[in-house]
Write a protein that binds this ligand. Sequence first.
Ligand SMILES: *[C@@H]1O[C@H](CO)[C@@H](O)[C@H](O)[C@H]1NC(C)=O
Ligand SMILES: *[C@@H]1O[C@H](CO)[C@@H](O)[C@H](O)[C@H]1NC(C)=O
Ligand SMILES: *[C@@H]1O[C@H](CO)[C@@H](O)[C@H](O)[C@H]1NC(C)=O
Ligand SMILES: *[C@@H]1O[C@H](CO)[C@@H](O)[C@H](O)[C@H]1NC(C)=O
Ligand SMILES: *[C@@H]1O[C@H](CO)[C@@H](O)[C@H](O)[C@H]1NC(C)=O
Ligand SMILES: *[C@@H]1O[C@H](CO)[C@@H](O)[C@H](O)[C@H]1NC(C)=O
Ligand SMILES: *[C@@H]1O[C@H](CO)[C@@H](O)[C@H](O)[C@H]1NC(C)=O
Length: 702
Amino acid sequence: MHVVCGVSILATIVALFPSGYAIETNYRIGAGIADITGPAAEVNMMGYANPSQVSNGIHFRQYSRAFIVSDSAGQKPVVFVSVDACMLSQVIKLEVVKKLAAMYGDIYTEKNLCISGIHTHSTPGGFHQYILYDITSLGFVEETYEALVNGIVKSIQRAHDSIRPGNIFINEGELLGSNINRSPTAYANNPVDEKARYRYNVDKNMTVLKFVDANNQGIGMINWFAVHCTSMNNTNGLISGDNKGYASYLFEKSMNSTSLPGQGKFVAAFAQSNEGDVSPNTAGPRCLDTGLPCDTATSTCNGRNELCVAFGPGKDMVDSTRIIGENQFRRALELFNAASTMVTGPVDFRHTYVDMSQVKVHQQNTTVQTCKPAMGYSFAAGTTDGPGMFDFKQGANSSNFFWNLIRDFLKDPSKAQIDCHRPKPILIDVGEMTRPYAWAPDIVDTQIFRIGQLVIITVPAEFTTMSGRRTRDAVTNALKASGFPSNTVSVIAGLSNDYADYVTTYEEYQVQRYEGASTIYGPHTLEAYIQKFVMLAEALAKGENVSAGPPPPNLYSKQLSFLPPVIFDLPPLGKHFGEVIQDAEQQYRQGTTVEVKFVGANPRNNVKAEGTFLKVEQLQSNQQWAVKYTDSSWETRFHWKQTNMILGHSEVGITWDVPANQEEGTYRIQYLGDWKRIDRLITPFTGTSRNFTIVSAEAIPH
Ligand SMILES: *[C@@H]1O[C@H](CO)[C@@H](O)[C@H](O)[C@H]1NC(C)=O
Ligand SMILES: *[C@@H]1O[C@H](CO)[C@@H](O)[C@H](O)[C@H]1NC(C)=O
Ligand SMILES: *[C@@H]1O[C@H](CO)[C@@H](O)[C@H](O)[C@H]1NC(C)=O
Ligand SMILES: *[C@@H]1O[C@H](CO)[C@@H](O)[C@H](O)[C@H]1NC(C)=O
Ligand SMILES: *[C@@H]1O[C@H](CO)[C@@H](O)[C@H](O)[C@H]1NC(C)=O
Ligand SMILES: *[C@@H]1O[C@H](CO)[C@@H](O)[C@H](O)[C@H]1NC(C)=O
Ligand SMILES: *[C@@H]1O[C@H](CO)[C@@H](O)[C@H](O)[C@H]1NC(C)=O
């Protein structure tokens, strides 16, 4: 079960060493967490490309979790950041690097910084610099971008400020019952002998890194496990970290139950891996109308893709998120507690920018080439995790102003482009469209980190299961052939640094399901990436430098935005902001739900970074109120609803699921809002429910 390690006896002794004794350390380690929650109203959620899925509140907040590791002399640090966002975008990495340069000089650059998205489909979009990924969000959304940039930088700053001597342990084990392949017919097209090497058509392994300080006290944890964060479906409007965000929440809570979410010292990242074809909806796809299984090859019901939807193991999407989140949390905690294999060896990294639209791939007898980006027809059909809503057609009018502007720049693919992508039928020829600015990236980051025997391959895309396996094997074998120890292991860090859609194997590409249709650089995309990562691995093993590669463009100044701003808020006549519309009852039993409603204002007026829109407070014996839950608690929900668009009226609903073991006593709920005047002045206000009591579940009869 454990990763093989030459010094495992020493490592075991160290792991069993009682806390409180200073021990020899191999590394310097820092960890930090910061809030990156975007606008909680009116912004399209990134991931499903469903124009009607817009934010309207918060289930729990988004965080950036940063880890800095260097050798014990502090040389060559690497920075790994996992963010509760759908993916990272190039323009965000460029801006974060710029801010870090201003703060730290040349310590942290694009080369040793990796920012990886967990792939939740329930957080605000509009943070990309390429047109394709901002269409459903009505273009660029400055509010989302700022929240991400500021929070990511803050998390790295906190990690930097907490750097201290420490050790790292690694462990790996299977987690079953938590992921399935959503394009099994594409996977099945891989070579028979290759498939025979694997028991499952998705990766079941979870790889855990355990970080401890010189007193063997926990600093943090990162694990990689491949599964889409699509437990919450495309009808959800509440900001949520989905299954991985919830797993982080549970892990951090278990390490420090006294702190509110996002405020403890221990940082636990559930990072994304090769999840391209991997769904958390383990009950599988079925037809919404008949309840019967969908047509397997096409994922349709009576020819209609929008009726074929995969369901999670729970009774609804929140329950499914809970189950898949808890499964990852429990397994990670087991592997963390049992981790006894010490990480030893240098810290190093290699990075180069690659123009993926024109990589020559050398194969046995021939040389083949990648293509300029293009999306195939199956892209529009979506997946069983979120059937296609991307029904924008050339010339068709829509209520999406951004689309109405850019659709005129759509063009038919050239013959060379059609030939290059074959057998993919091209739906959107993003690579040959450059106006009003680029639609998809040509230049992306490729990067590898080494921390002792672990190699982290940071990929700017969603690699399918088999694509990830081939990449890991190629890199690990190249390293070993160049003198790396036999215990070398590698992990894929998915959705890192930039976003360039999907990567399938050549064989999966032939089947042209959604993932193949979204493999934007053509049939040889995977081989091109592998060639680049092997080059980086060999340079790393030999201590050689690599060229910087072509710099990516920064298109920030060109961004178009059609999301209307908040004009003003007004309370209904005779009412005031924060006034209670529906108050709490006087008494609740444990295990029931409290619901209150207030006269509200648009949450976009203030994203409340590191703050909260709500507080559940308990009266202490000294008559002071203590905050027990915030809008980042799993038990609470913050809902915002516009009630009159012309007059600027809105309503806020707050619910609190009272845990069955909640302490008896007096409680109240507060709403913390900000309203905007027509002259743009923003003013905070507070609403407070009545005092109510929580009593034992047995205390009052039904
Ligand atoms: C999963 O982990 C085990 C134990 O480390 C290892 O033997 C196996 O090869 C791994 N499987 C894959 C698919 O990486
Ligand atoms: C947990 O939080 C408390 C209160 O903030 C703090 O005193 C304690 O040191 C923390 N424990 C750990 C392990 O971080
Ligand atoms: C989303 O999940 C809810 C249950 O939480 C379910 O009622 C609904 O049908 C699902 N919708 C889609 C499109 O998956
Ligand atoms: C490549 O060359 C080898 C040896 O010359 C030959 O056996 C093989 O059939 C060739 N493969 C292709 C795809 O042409
Ligand atoms: C789109 O709208 C414009 C202006 O309202 C109209 O002239 C045009 O005919 C419409 N096109 C289609 C395809 O409906
Ligand atoms: C590699 O790059 C580093 C940093 O730019 C430089 O200090 C070093 O001399 C270079 N090494 C070689 C072999 O070119
Ligand atoms: C709620 O309890 C606090 C503390 O006892 C008290 O000061 C306050 O007046 C109460 N509020 C209401 C509305 O009764």
